[in-house]
Design a protein around this ligand. Structure first.
Ligand code: 0RQ
Length: 496
């Protein structure tokens, strides 16, 4: 593997995880690569080992987005994290954040790199990044994600590189561009999803490289389920809606698509597989999942842009066998570019993101269960929803075997306001709120999107709000959370 360090002076930096991690001590701000994929593995394992061996220290961890149990899980469990930012999705970390044992603040993913460059998060003491190789000039070729890595490498005082044994052919997949910072910054010159505007490597100052490790560790594979009936129905309605808007000449057929993470997101893209109307699509998204490869295979993708490739075991093998073919279609960018409000607005992205709950006026809670307990984080949903040409918010109409309605009178936490949401979709129906008043929106969301078990109670609430309080968005404030209250008392939002 030594050939993977093509810049010879850096070969002297090869060491093991124990010595490399010595520079990470109590109070260190640690900035790591990784965005659902492409995170370092050896250094986190070593930090967890030190904690298990009895060493007492706490670090502040910054990533691109979630890093699964391989990093977030083991470090949370080891009790070495003071802070963690941004988005995460690990169960143990979630529990500790909700207990107040780990400090967490949620960020729009597009904005973190800029904050780091501005120094708002403190000094970047150590950056640990995964790469497939170091080029002749001493630059880094990242692995399956880009995330915030270019900025972390630029700002990191000491840099540790984990050289992965993933195929070297990943070189050429990435497009690295760090935008200017305010004031007087110039546009990000992306005009089509496929545009490459930067360099295929991350610039690195070799003088700041502390250590280089060789790693054979793999990213954790996500498990995707075959789209279930609910996901399929949500996907079908979105495709029907967009098809209709294109036929009516209200939407251009060339607008690119963004689809969030998870099964519904995968189902929407899978919906294109059997669809004859959409011949070739562009994807300008954040996380590219298995369905993107499927679509490329049948020739339906003109270009797919994202910040990471998060593939199941099967899809990953397919991808590695024919990287050269997929590389023609796929480009991985820093998350501040994949999620750039400027670019999303310019391209006119059709944005699809998943909610925990939506209220009758279209306000959205994506992050806090019952208003208090963090699930994962806002991720890129705000970047895309606020700036998309048409913004879809989707959710199954119920959760927990029907005991929770995802359509509620008032959301218990607001991530996205009614002004960022255009279309609300559940398996029961779709409401285009763009030409509706808030009162009309409430009527339609209750009639079309709510689950039949909850329609009458939502309707009664809305009628009572209209009669007793009135106003532009009628509410009976003291009862707005009656469904949540009932769930907390009985474990079911439905009456006994
Ligand atoms: O709980 O895990 O205990 O079964 O939430 O819900 O239905 O499996 O759906 O995996 O798509 O997650 C909004 C959390 C949905 C996700 C959310 C419970 C439900 C289940 C998961 P269990 P599902 P998903 C860019 C896009 C915000 C970030 C974003 C998310 C668990 O999509 O984090 O959009 N989105 N990023 O039972 C109580 C409710 C509930 C509920 C669902 N109303 N009350 N529990 N659940 N609704 C991506 C990135 O930025 C990387």
């Amino acid at each position: 593997p030594i050939e993977r360090i093509r810049y010879l002076p850096l070969r002297g930096k090869i060491t093991d995880a124990v010595s490399a991690a010595q520079c990470i001590q109590d109070g260190t701000n640690l900035f790591i690569s990784g965005f659902t994929a492409g995170y370092p593995k050896l250094i986190p394992q070593e930090l967890a080992r030190r904690a298990r061996a009895g060493e007492r220290f706490k670090i502040n961890l910054f990533a691109g987005a979630s890093t699964e149990d391989t990093v977030d899980g083991i470090l949370a469990e080891a009790g070495v994290l003071a802070w963690r930012r941004p988005y995460m999705s690990d169960r143990i970390m979630r529990e500790k954040i909700n207990r107040g044992d780990i400090y967490f603040k949620d960020d729009h993913l597009s904005s973190l790199s800029e904050q780091v460059r501005a120094g708002n998060l403190g000094t970047a003491d150590v950056a640990v990044v995964e790469a497939v190789c170091i080029t002749e000039k001493g630059h880094l070729i990242p692995t399956m994600s880009v995330g915030n890595t270019p900025t972390y490498v630029r700002e990191g005082r000491r840099i540790i590189i984990e050289i992965s044994d993933l195929p070297i052919e990943l070189q050429g997949l990435h497009d690295i561009f760090i935008p200017e910072d305010p004031p007087y910054r110039m546009p990000i010159p992306i005009y089509r999803a496929a545009d490459r505007i930067g360099k295929p490597f991350i610039e690195l100052d070799p003088n700041r490289v502390e250590a280089i490790l060789f790693s054979r560790e793999q990213d954790r594979y996500p498990i995707f389920h075959e789209p279930d009936e609910v996901s399929r129905r949500i996907a079908e309605q979105i495709l029907d809606f967009v098809r209709h808007e294109i036929r009516k000449d209200r939407l251009s057929p060339t607008l690119p698509w963004q689809s969030g993470v998870g099964d519904v997101a995968n189902a929407v893209l899978a919906g294109f597989l059997e669809d004859d109307f959409f011949q070739e699509i562009e994807i300008y998204s954040e996380v590219l999942q298995d369905s993107v490869l499927d679509l490329i295979d049948i020739g339906k993708v003109r270009a797919a842009s994202g910040s990471s490739l998060t593939l199941s075991d099967k899809a990953r093998r397919r991808f590695f066998n024919e990287i050269y073919r997929y590389r023609e279609k796929i480009v991985l960018r820093p998350v501040e570019i994949s999620n750039s409000p400027e670019v999303i607005r310019r391209l006119g992205v059709l944005a699809i993101n998943t909610a925990i709950e939506v209220d009758i006026y279209g306000q959205v809670n994506s992050t806090h269960v019952m208003g208090t307990h963090l699930m994962n984080g806002i991720g890129g949903s705000g970047d895309f929803l606020r700036n998309g040409a048409v913004s879809f918010i989707v959710t199954p109409s119920t959760a927990k075997e029907g005991r929770i309605s995802a359509i509620v009178p008032m959301v218990t936490h607001v991530d996205h306001s009614e002004h960022s949401v255009d279309v609300v979709v559940t398996e029961n129906g779709l409401v285009d709120t763009r030409s509706l008043t808030p009162r009309q929106t409430a009527e339609q969301i209750i009639r079309r999107c709510a689950h039949p078990d909850y329609r009458d109670m939502l309707w009664d609430y809305f009628q009572r709000a209209l009669k007793e309080r009135g106003g532009h968005e009628p509410h009976v404030l003291e009862d707005a959370f009656f469904m949540h209250r009932r769930f907390m008392e009985t474990g079911d939002m439905r009456p006994r």
